[in-house]
Design a binder for this molecule. Structure first.
Ligand code: T1G
Length: 654
């Protein structure tokens, strides 16, 4: 007999145990209705003498995806999640969490409030709240350390890292991994514990804290947090769990959660969360099926090509890596193997994973060996003639339905496509270096790209674990267009009176890991110089143009790898160089510009303003489908601080 506790929570009794199922698509979020239903189910069990215990589980592939983020900022209906978790924990009858899939945020907090936890092997568990600029608000910072210890719990909460079932078992967050029917095992576990005093997580004693280990972990976490408030608060709350009662800790936790939830950082990170979901919804692709891709060919196994090859291997594809000669192909293979070895050394990959990837890799100095590829991605030198000739050769090699992807960052892929017999199968796949690490892929929808080819590119990027964002065709697509506007305004600021180190300091204080001039030096100044020289003939003479970067390049100052650029790098250390200051002052004098003091606020406002204005242009030109796509590109490809939401969000355009 099925029992209904609310619209999203039902139950049925098996062997005297009430099995409660949460069914709140798409992610079983802990909405008001879900909380009320679960609360009622616990009350029902308490009042029913024939019921010995309770099992809580989720419908579908997810246990509970967390609190309902869409409820944030709205009046919250009772029971609040911390009250519900306390109610579950206080139950006199054993409550077992049957974790059938992702148990995240409030979802894991519900499981922690249960008296026993069994997970399916595919389950993922974590408290990712800091990724939303908040801290857990239903006891997670107080209960997790009571099971996993303070150091492990603090690292998980302050980074938002998810763990698999194996690791969760190892750190005592769960009690068992189901080796057969999860629900049956959970029902048996509840029966076994019937009539015994429940093991309440909140009453578990915290083992002594290894202060040294805590400090070491905290320094690493805070170094990466760079201006975000939530990670520091998470560390403080978890650490405090060892020094006070759970009740005191939960009062502090809740107050901190509410303060952060309403903060600008949390609003920005919520924007980013929903922006990532929105980016997958591309106009014109409803119901369009991607083409089946099993084998990916990559041409050009240099820095980008070898990174893309590793990303494709990580994504589970068979990979054919090709280059123009057998020697170049062999070098490419060595690069790929070196990247895999680095992943093994850092613990991101085990030896078995390495072997499995190498088993799916073939490399060759013959393009003909790409005949079986379903998709070929070229990552050869960014020259139109070279790429055109390559695509024309590939057309004689690959199947008619194979997709051709170009990794160009600046060339016009429409011109490339037009040089082929089937332009509809050409699409841009613009990866960012290092391609096996960087999440962002600009998927460039060319004038003739067929909808199923675009859908294929998006599906492949998603399977690589990347964040695909669609861009139309314009020089530099979304990212480099915005970055060029950023560079232009940064150089205007130089002429007006600011110095590179002042501009970089302002943007680093704002939240960027590196300011613009430090980034220019890291990327190298010669490519942009070559492009400026190419554009000189067609540049509008009335357009403001800053010559300082040209002077630097003429002086051989090409950046970090040349030992000097906007800065000097004695011993690799970024150092202000009076030679550059003199060059800037000379440029001002040449234009009779009197330098003025420019405060950090103005620097930030002008650079953000320039990016947002360029973003407006891209939206008007339909290069970007929505403003939040632009934010995702700058955050995931250009180091824009996520807790500021991206240039369009920061400028109030979203
Ligand atoms: N609340 C509301 N909507 C959510 C949601 C949530 N927690 N999670 C996902 N969605 C929506 C999402 O916007 C999308 O909507 C659809 O569900 C499918 O999502 C007190 C306060 C669970 C791993 O941070 O990581 O608990 O676009 O495409 O790839 O301490 O969703 O279809 O309209 O991502 O299968 C903490 C967030 C919350 C986890 C599933 N929880 N979610 O991935 O689907 S804060 C999280 C995810 C909290 C407590 C605090 C993933 C997923 P639409 P999707 P997916």
């Amino acid at each position: 007999m099925s029992l209904t506790f609310s619209e999203t929570v039902t139950g049925s009794v098996t062997d005297g145990v009430l099995v409660v199922t949460i069914d709140n698509p798409p992610v079983n979020a802990a909405s008001a209705d879900m909380r009320q239903g679960l609360h009622a189910a616990i009350d029902h069990a308490a009042a029913a003498p024939e019921i010995a215990g309770v099992v809580i589980t989720g419908a579908g592939k997810i246990f509970v995806g967390g609190a309902d983020i869409r409820e944030f900022g709205k009046p919250m209906a009772e029971p609040l999640l911390p009250q519900l978790v306390n109610h579950i924990e206080a139950s006199g009858k054993p409550v077992v969490a049957a974790i059938n899939g992702a148990a995240l945020g409030g979802g894991l907090e519900i499981a922690l409030g249960c008296h026993h936890r069994i997970a399916s092997p595919a389950a993922k568990l974590g408290l990712p709240e800091v990724k939303l600029g908040i801290v857990p608000g239903a006891g997670g910072t107080q209960r997790l350390p009571r099971l996993a210890g303070v150091v492990t719990a603090a690292e998980m909460v302050a980074t938002g890292r998810m763990v698999g079932a194996e690791e969760a078992r190892r750190i005592d967050v769960i009690d068992a991994i189901a080796d057969s029917d999860l629900i049956a095992q959970a029902v048996a576990a509840a029966r076994e514990r019937a009539g015994q005093p429940p093991r309440r997580t909140g009453e578990c004693v915290i083992a002594s804290v290894d202060q040294e280990a805590f400090k070491k972990m905290a320094n690493k976490v805070l170094a990466r947090a760079r201006g975000q408030d939530a990670p520091e608060e998470a560390l403080r709350l978890v650490r405090s769990a060892a020094e006070r009662s759970i009740a005191e800790g939960m009062v502090d936790e809740r107050a901190t959660f509410i303060r952060l939830r309403d903060s600008d950082q949390a609003k920005a990170l919520r924007h980013v969360f929903f922006a990532e979901r929105a980016a997958a919804k591309v106009d014109g692709l409803d119901g369009v099926e991607p083409r089946p891709i099993r084998t990916i060919g990559i041409v050009g196994l240099g820095l980008m090509g070898s990174g893309i090859a590793v990303a494709a291997l990580d994504g589970g594809y068979a990979v054919i890596g090709a280059d123009m000669t057998a020697e170049a192909a062999q070098k490419g293979r060595e690069r790929i193997v070196a990247l895999l070895d680095r992943n093994v050394a850092s613990g991101r990959l085990d030896a078995d994973g390495r072997e499995k990837r190498l088993a799916r890799l073939t490399t060759s100095g013959r393009l003909e060996d790409l005949a079986d590829a379903d998709l070929v991605i070229e990552a050869v030198f960014d020259d139109l003639a070279v790429k055109t000739e390559l695509f024309q050769r590939l057309e004689g090699i690959v199947r008619a339905d194979a997709v051709l992807g170009t990794n160009t960052s600046y060339l016009d892929p429409d011109v490339l496509a037009a040089a082929t017999k089937r332009p509809e199968r050409v699409v841009g796949l613009h990866f960012f270096s290092p391609a096996n690490i960087m999440r962002l892929v600009e998927v460039v929808n060319c004038a003739k790209t067929a909808p199923d080819v675009l859908a294929t590119a998006l599906a492949v990027a998603k399977k690589l674990g990347k964040l695909p964002v669609v861009s139309g065709v314009t020089e530099g697509f979304i990212g480099n267009s915005i970055f060029s506007a950023y560079r232009r305004e940064a150089e205007f600021l130089l002429e007006d009176g600011a110095l590179p180190e002042e501009i970089d300091a302002a943007m680093e204080a704002y939240g960027f890991a590196m300011g613009p001039f430090a980034v220019f030096d890291l990327a190298g100044l010669e490519i942009a110089w070559a492009r400026r020289k190419r554009q000189a003939a067609t540049r509008d003479p009335d357009e403001r143009y800053v010559e300082i970067a040209d002077r630097l390049c003429e002086a051989g100052r090409f950046g970090q790898k040349a030992g000097r650029g906007w800065y000097a790098y004695p011993d690799g250390k970024r150092t202000v160089d009076p030679e550059v200051t003199a060059l800037i002052e000379a440029a001002r004098t040449k234009k009779s510009i009197v330098a003025r003091r420019i405060e950090a606020e103005e620097i930030v406002a002008r650079l953000l303003g320039a990016m947002a204005a360029e973003g407006d242009r891209l939206l008007a030109a339909k290069i970007a489908q929505r403003a939040s796509d632009i934010d995702l590109v700058l955050i995931n490809g250009y180091g824009f601080p996520a807790h500021k939401g991206g240039p369009m969000f920061a400028a109030g355009r979203v």
